[in-house]
Design a binder for this molecule. Structure first.
Ligand code: F6P
Length: 319
């Protein structure tokens, strides 16, 4: 019987559990033994492999986080740690390793591939910043969480006539800020990809204030600036009252949306389908509405930047 191991690595993201469930149940359906690895690459190094059953992934699809736990393993980046991981995969007779995670996790899988281990990566991160794929599992849930939070913040900002600055996650990318900004009708969106001069933002605020708009929502991607620094600059330049909310881990957890669980279930199943065809060392990716598989070296060359037309649209609509 061939063996698949599955792990989650890097930041947790809603929908990861649905991927684990799909890999386990589809794997078992096709006659594989499926092992769960605890704490990502850290667990590989420690030999933390556990045989999974249909039952062991019951009741998890609706939860955020990852039942396998996750880690950003520093040990795996060392020569000794990597060698230990290889040794453990061989000692447990693992034929295929499915890695659920972001860019860093894919780099780890690609390194294992070079060392002769067959791997498949399923994209999971709230940031949607992965090369090779237009979608990463967890993004939709995070967007909806930001939208819900901003809707609440807006009530208070409007009641008190304040400039509400909301700092959102995204690592060095602005996907969350941009799409949530469009969805919630933010007056300004600050992104690392398209630096907006704070003087311009203040002019815009003053202009809309003079037209009778007495409160505003500004979304700041963590990759461009700290919300508190932006607030300081805005209140110094405009004298408007500001308030900062750093959404933080609120936007990383929570029950996955239908979109995330559907894509997660399909991508987890696609990982097993590719294994069945021995089409390994591939990223399961979302391209133009389709689930495809592409080799890691092709994936890393396909950068996933922000869509500038959406940024322009958000600017036009924010009046
Ligand atoms: O990748 C997900 C993410 O939440 C990023 O948006 C953020 O920059 C980073 O992880 C924070 O990482 P940590 O797990 O160390 O808090």
């Amino acid at each position: 019987v061939k063996r698949i191991a599955v792990l989650t690595s890097g930041g947790d993201a809603p929908g990861m559990n649905a991927v684990i469930r799909a890999v386990v149940r589809k794997g078992i359906h096709h006659g594989f033994e499926v092992f769960g690895v605890q704490r990502g690459y850290e667990g590989v190094i420690q030999g933390d492999f556990h045989l999974m059953t249909d039952h062991s992934v019951g009741g998890i699809i609706q939860h955020g986080g990852t039942v396998l736990k996750t880690a950003r393993s520093e040990a795996f980046k060392t020569e000794e740690g990597f060698a230990a991981a290889l040794q453990q995969l061989k000692a447990h007779y693992i034929d295929y390793l499915v890695v659920i995670g972001g860019d860093g996790s894919m780099a780890g899988a690609a390194k294992l591939t070079e060392a002769g281990i067959a791997t498949i990566v399923v994209p999971g991160t709230i940031d949607n910043d992965m090369a090779g794929t237009e979608y990463t599992i967890g993004f939709d849930t995070a967007l909806n969480t930001v939208l819900e939070a901003v809707n609440k913040i807006r009530d208070t900002a409007a009641s008190h006539e304040r400039v509400a600055i909301v700092e959102v996650m995204g690592r060095s990318a602005g996907h969350i800020a941009l799409m949530a900004g469009l969805a919630c009708g933010a007056e300004a969106i600050l992104l690392p990809e398209e630096p907006l001069d704070i003087g311009t933002v203040c002019e815009r605020l003053i202009k809309s204030h003079s037209r009778g708009k007495l409160y505003s929502i500004i979304l700041v991607a963590e990759g461009v600036a700290k919300g508190f620094d932006i607030a300081g600059e805005i209140s110094a330049k405009t004298k408007f009252e500001t308030h900062v909310t750093v959404l933080g881990y609120i936007q990383r957890g929570g029950n996955p949306t239908a979109t995330d669980n559907i894509i997660a279930s399909r991508m987890g199943a696609a990982a097993v389908d590719n294994i069945l065809q021995d089409n390994v060392n591939q990223l399961i990716a979302w391209q133009q509405g389709q689930i495809v598989a592409l080799p890691y070296d092709a994936a890393v060359k396909t950068k996933h930047g922000i869509d500038l037309s959406i940024y322009e649209l958000a600017g036009i609509l924010a009046r």
